[in-house]
Design a protein around this ligand. Structure first.
Ligand code: NDP
Length: 309
């Protein structure tokens, strides 16, 4: 039984190579290979055409190419018996920590300002806020968010984490649930969103939330674009409720040319690169899940459809 890789518009050579290298006995195919649909029981997918999975009568498991699974959970046509799994990879979590640190330090040490001074040939010094004086809040302390929160806390930031449930002990202060959200927000001079996109978290970063942050706070969105109500972000920036934002994810990607984010000097943009899945690093876990499914066993790192993540 082959593995099918489905990710329209994306070059998949590194993925096919990594999977074939990990287990040469397992056939790995792309849609253009025209494998009969009835032969497919395991699919690796990203941004698939909605509803396409009903074409595969023997499908047993769909694995996301990455940690995010909103593209799968939101497709209500995926039959209930098909297991959904995601990637959990320490390298992915660590890359996210490094990126978050880079963005926070860029903001704290005002590097954007000095970049603009270079074009103006201007020599001017500014004060800055130190790590130990900065409260950072991580929304979503799951596999990735916890690693980021823990890492930032060990570096010396005053870190708070917010999640849906209480969870265990941590090196940072923990908050959970809607009832503790405001207390959490009041501690976030820098707010980092690492939530999954679910019915509950869609649009969670709205005007009310941004208003609940300490004055001059900075927003870093690494979760999903739809976590933010865009009009509310513009309003909060215009009113000076927050000082700026770094956005790595967008409702529609690539971010289209005419989008007002591009022109807003208080918004920095990166093209969904905070943490990229490395095919070689994750191919073994994908193959392991493939074999578990082929043996009629439960795959690892399953996603709960009812929770949405
Ligand atoms: P996990 O599923 O491990 O963690 C999700 C976290 O969010 C958990 O702590 C969970 O709470 C919390 N959460 C979920 N719903 C709510 C809610 N309604 N209220 C409060 N907290 C909630 O996900 P990962 O850490 O693996 O990944 C997080 C997200 O990061 C991905 O879904 C993806 O969107 C994004 N991502 C972005 C990348 C990028 O390059 N920009 C790369 C990789 C991922 P609890 O612990 O109580 O369950």
């Amino acid at each position: 039984m082959p593995i099918l890789l489905l990710s329209p518009g994306r070059k998949l050579d590194r993925w096919t190579e990594a999977l074939r290298k990990t287990d040469p006995a397992v056939p790995v195919f792309l849609p253009e290979d025209k494998v009969p649909e009835r032969d497919i029981s395991f699919i690796l997918a990203w941004d698939h055409p909605r509803g396409c999975f009903v074409r595969y009568p023997g499908l047993r498991c769909i694995s996301s190419f990455g940690a995010g699974v909103d593209h799968l959970v939101s497709d209500r046509e995926i039959p209930e018996n098909v297991r959904l799994v995601r990637i959990i990879d320490p390298a992915l979590s660590n890359d996210m920590l490094e990126f978050t640190l880079a963005v926070i330090m860029k903001h704290l040490r005002k590097l954007n300002i000095y970049n603009s001074y270079k074009t103006e040939v201007k020599w001017k010094k500014h004060g800055y806020r130190r790590i130990r004086e900065t409260g950072v809040g991580i929304m979503g302390t799951g596999v990735i968010g916890h690693h980021v929160a823990d890492g930032l806390s060990r570096i010396g930031f005053d870190v708070s984490g917010w999640s849906r449930t209480m969870g265990g002990k941590a090196s940072y202060r923990k908050f959970h649930g809607v009832e503790q959200l405001n207390e959490f927000l009041s501690r976030c001079e820098i707010l980092v969103c690492l939530l999954p996109l679910t019915d509950e978290t869609r649009g969670i970063i709205d005007y009310h939330l941004l208003k609940s942050l300490p004055g001059d706070a900075y927003l870093v969105n690494l979760g999903r674009g739809a976590h933010i109500v865009e009009a509310d972000l513009f309003r909060a920036l215009d009113k000076g409720l927050i000082s700026g934002a770094h956005l790595d994810v967008f409702e529609s990607e690539p971010l289209f040319e005419a989008h007002p984010f591009w022109k807003n000097s208080k918004i920095d943009i990166t093209p969904h690169v905070a943490s990229l899945t490395d095919p070689l690093s994750v191919a073994p876990q994908i193959m392991e899940n493939y074999h578990l499914v082929m043996q009629g066993r439960e795959p690892k790192n399953q996603v709960s459809r009812s929770r949405g993540y």
